[in-house]
Design a protein around this ligand. Structure first.
Ligand code: GLN
Length: 487
């Protein structure tokens, strides 16, 4: 076994027990990046020198018998919309090329405090808008299980990096499925925390009422470990919620007796791939064998979720992205005109890609006077109905189970010319963001051609512990292949 294959928990233990050094772990992951990332292209930037220095500092602490953090020496990959002080943050967009972050995001401060080391920034759909990572301004990322296919998105780089063994952990963000869907397509664990559990300070905003940062890992234990580090109240984020910090690893053991799960009847829709459907049925049998009671639940407003999301998310995005004006951040195209408007137009015209422009136009239209009530106001009311569906269902069950994505990984180029097709990739993940609840995707098998299939579990707000416990029990009963071998 090589060091890059170890889980984060094993790395921390091994470093503490002096079985190996943090520097050796980092060297092994860097060698893996060199070996496979030419094909996968998960990283926008690799911090070769800096990460080795950080690892040496951890080794120094070991030598001096100083206390070590919970993630001592663990290499972590960061989606390129979370700021690390003094380094570039591009959000996968040309408009932010060369923009250097003046401060650390709260999650980065927390990771530093626990001695994690930062291996690099990962590729993503521009401003997190997309489901395939093909909307990156720089290059597409490929699925490590099949290089002709997409890794999902928008956190495709983070999912691919973890899946191919380039880092045991990564951070992503999820506005409508951007952690869970790529986790499903790449065969890793991805968790979207309850809105307000993880600070958004230093996360570049896409749709502020939906965005959450969350962990990627290859096993459930590591996911719980990383969540324990990043969760918690932060006065710098006004939507952060004051909840008791938890050690999510402690809650992993134990049986699932008395746990009630619901399967929404609306989720077994026409567009659901047959093989994916079969794997979900198998997963349901696994939970039954673990003494979980399974029953049907109804989420009748689910059918409006995608339409609702595509009013709310673009509306918030159009406001959030107004700040990229060619004056304050990154790219500035002055052209031959002299006026301020000219700078705005040229910079935004050249700096944003077509999907981002489409969202800004949708959002600006939906918010314009005379249309606000008909679109944004109405969407907000439907959002409440979607939330109430969940409240109702969670009176009867503790967890809602569904596929994460209607299909396994699709081919590069397959959906780029049809945005509606692409939007439908998130049909099962979007309701969770609209309702602000907790969700996780775990691997539950592979299709006949070897592509991973993801199982989504949803829980009441702040019940990540229940999700992780159910996921851990499933993993034990139904282990999944540890990592992809890109070829
Ligand atoms: N795919 C969805 C979108 O394009 C969700 C993206 C996300 O969660 N950031 O908006």
């Amino acid at each position: 076994m090589e060091l890059f294959e170890l889980s984060a928990s094993e790395i921390v233990e091994g470093i503490k027990a002096k079985k190996f050094k943090a520097q050796e772990v980092v060297e092994s992951c860097l060698a893996r990046v060199k070996g496979v990332d030419g094909k996968v292209k998960a990283f926008l930037r690799v911090f070769e020198e800096a990460v080795l220095n950080q690892a040496r500092q951890v080794d120094g602490k070991v030598a001096q018998k100083k206390p070590l953090g919970k993630l001592a020496g663990v290499p972590i990959a960061i989606k390129d919309l979370i700021t690390i002080q003094g380094t570039e943050t591009t959000c996968g967009s040309k408009i932010l090329k060369n923009f250097i972050s003046p401060y650390d995001a709260t999650v980065i401060q927390k990771l530093k405090a626990e001695d994690a080391v930062f291996i690099g920034k990962t590729n993503m759909d521009e401003f997190a808008m997309g489901s395939s990572t093909e909307n990156s301004s720089f290059f597409p990322t490929r699925n490590p299980w099949d290089l002709e296919r997409v890794p999902g998105g928008s956190s495709g780089g983070s999912a691919a990096a973890v899946s191919a063994g380039m880092a045991p952990l990564a951070l992503g963000s999820d506005t409508g499925g951007s952690i869970r869907q790529p986790a499903a397509l790449c065969g890793v664990v991805g968790l979207k925390p309850t809105y307000g559990l993880v600070s958004r300070y230093g996360l570049v905003a896409f749709a502020s009422s939906l965005d959450q940062i969350g962990p990627f890992s290859r096993d459930v234990r590591d996911n719980a470990l990383l969540l324990s580090v990043i969760a918690g109240y932060d006065p710098a984020d006004s939507t952060s919620v004051q909840v008791q910090s938890k050690d999510y690893v402690k809650g992993l053991d134990g049986n699932l007796k008395n746990l009630r799960m619901g399967v929404p009847k609306e989720y077994f829709i026409e567009g659901l791939d047959k093989e994916v459907g079969r794997k979900i049925e198998e997963a349901i049998s696994v939970f039954k064998s673990l003494n979980v009671t399974i029953r049907e639940v109804s989420l009748p407003h689910t059918r409006y979720a995608v339409s609702t999301y595509y009013i709310i998310a673009p509306s918030e995005a159009s406001a959030n992205l107004a700040r990229y004006d060619g004056i304050r951040y990154g790219l500035s195209t002055r052209g031959d005109g002299t006026g301020l408007l000219d700078v705005y137009e040229k910079t935004r015209g050249q700096g944003f890609g077509s999907e981002v422009k489409r969202r800004i136009m949708l959002g600006t239209y939906a918010l314009s006077s005379g249309y606000y009530d008909a679109y944004y106001g109405k969407a907000q009311r439907v959002r409440t109905l979607i939330k109430q569906d969940f409240d109702q269902a969670f009176k009867e069950v503790d967890i809602i189970l569904s596929p994460t994505s209607p299909t396994a990984a699709f081919k590069l180029g397959e959906k780029v010319s049809n945005p509606m097709q692409m939007y439908l990739s998130d049909i099962f993940t979007i309701p969770c963001n609209l309702a602000g609840i907790a969700g996780i995707s775990i691997p539950c098998g592979q299709t006949a051609s070897g592509l991973p299939v993801g199982l989504q579990l949803l829980a009441r707000p702040f019940e990540e512990e229940t999700l992780l416990k159910a996921a851990a029990a499933f993993e034990k009963e139904h282990p999944w292949p540890p990592m992809a071998v890109p070829s």
